[in-house]
Design a protein around this ligand. Structure first.
Ligand SMILES: *[C@@H]1O[C@H](CO)[C@@H](O)[C@H](O)[C@H]1NC(C)=O
Ligand SMILES: *[C@@H]1O[C@H](CO)[C@@H](O)[C@H](O)[C@H]1NC(C)=O
Length: 357
């Protein structure tokens, strides 16, 4: 009798314990779910690391990106550092930036993951303008096209911000280079009324002010800041991220970013996307290099080309539209050291940020 009573009581206890556990589990789960929803509702862009097991159509992939499943890892980190505002800018965007860790990789171009399919998609993308520009200027505001000079092309259509900025002498140009001796474009932009900052590690002194509006800075733009453990005087040259430079100068916006970074452009572009710096740029003119993957870009050939493509799709999602594309026939006609689809190893591409209209 006693034993049975005890057994019954024991069973009751166990059941109660189980019920309690279940309630606790449901509670945590519900809180987590609510938190996730409130993030999404607050419009906080959530970086979702998606790994696609199978190729998906464009439509499908977008759906996957927008509705993160519970199994996917969500990385969100807010940058604490506030940014100094440029007094001339009226519409300021949210100063709190989300730092992301990975770009969103696009689905493979095909089931076979072949280089041919990746390269076909990528080459079609970089040779197809997405928006037309009727007032194109090459190589700066004041000079006509000279065939010996690279066509650093900008769009001065009135519907984009740049033409107004130039007219009101408020435009700001950043130019990133590596040992670049030709700065006709920069000089022309400065003569046309823009404030121009050239960054190049080969410039002979730390800062040179030339004419009224042209500055040369001996700085190398990188995708990371130098390791703070290395003393500054031991560094070969001064290396900084573009976001750090913009911050230190107190420039909120850069109307034109021109970059010829000899294959460092991929990681630099990735850094600008991940840190949300691209949103501060009005027009982007980039020389891209395709003869090798680029600094710190790894993976087999198809993976590399898919990564390049994914970077440009990130730009597109930020409303950057490609309006000019130039194939450099003076460079080796090679893609990843292969003679493929008549591709060149170098292109110049220009985008306009259509959020700035
Ligand atoms: C390249 O690597 C990726 C990922 O590691 C793999 O899915 C793909 O099949 C590889 N492509 C080729 C052509 O080997
Ligand atoms: C290769 O590209 C050049 C320049 O774009 C073009 O003139 C030529 O016809 C192309 N050749 C082939 C086989 O497509």
């Amino acid at each position: 009798m006693l034993r049975r009573d005890f057994r019954l009581r024991w069973r009751g206890c166990t059941l109660r314990l189980l019920a309690l556990c279940l309630a606790a589990f449901l509670c945590t789960h519900l809180t987590a779910e609510l938190k996730r929803r409130s993030w999404l509702l607050a419009g906080v862009p959530v970086q979702v690391q998606t790994t696609f097991k199978e190729p998906l159509g464009e439509e499908q992939s977008r759906i996957v990106e927008e509705v993160p499943s519970r199994r996917q890892v969500i990385y969100v980190r807010r940058s604490r550092k506030g940014r100094q505002a440029d007094s001339s800018v009226v519409h300021r965007r949210d100063t709190k930036k989300i730092v992301r860790w990975h770009i969103d990789m696009q689905p493979w171009a095909s089931y076979s993951h072949s280089l041919n399919d990746e390269a076909t998609r990528f080459l079609r993308y970089i040779t197809t303008p997405q928006i037309s520009c009727s007032h194109i200027i090459r190589n700066g505001i004041t000079e006509q096209l000279d065939n010996t000079i690279k066509p650093w092309t900008l769009c001065l259509d009135a519907k984009f911000d740049l033409s107004h900025q130039i007219r009101s002498k408020q435009c700001r140009v950043y130019s990133l280079g590596l040992g670049e001796e030709d700065y006709v474009f920069e000089a022309n932009m400065a003569n046309g009324g823009c404030e121009v900052h050239r960054f190049d590690p080969s410039i002979r002194s730390a800062h040179i002010h030339e004419g009224e509006r042209l500055w040369h800075h001996r700085l190398s733009v990188d995708w990371r800041d130098p390791n703070p453990a290395i003393a500054t005087h031991k560094l070969q040259s001064n290396t900084k991220k573009l976001g750090t430079i913009i911050n230190e100068f107190g420039h909120w916006k850069v109307d034109v970013l021109k970059a010829d970074m000899e294959s460092a452009e991929w990681k630099i572009l990735e850094n600008l996307i991940l840190e949300g710096i691209v949103e501060q740029i009005g027009q982007l003119v980039l020389e891209i290099h395709l003869h090798w993957p680029g600094f710190e870009v790894s993976g087999n050939d198809s993976t590399v080309v898919r990564y390049w493509y994914s970077l440009f799709k990130e730009l597109e999602h930020k409303d950057f539209k490609l309006f000019y594309t130039y194939k450099d026939l003076t460079k080796p006609q090679m893609l990843l050291k292969k003679d493929l689809f008549n591709a060149s190893s170098s292109y110049i591409l220009s985008w306009v940020n259509t959020r700035w209209t």
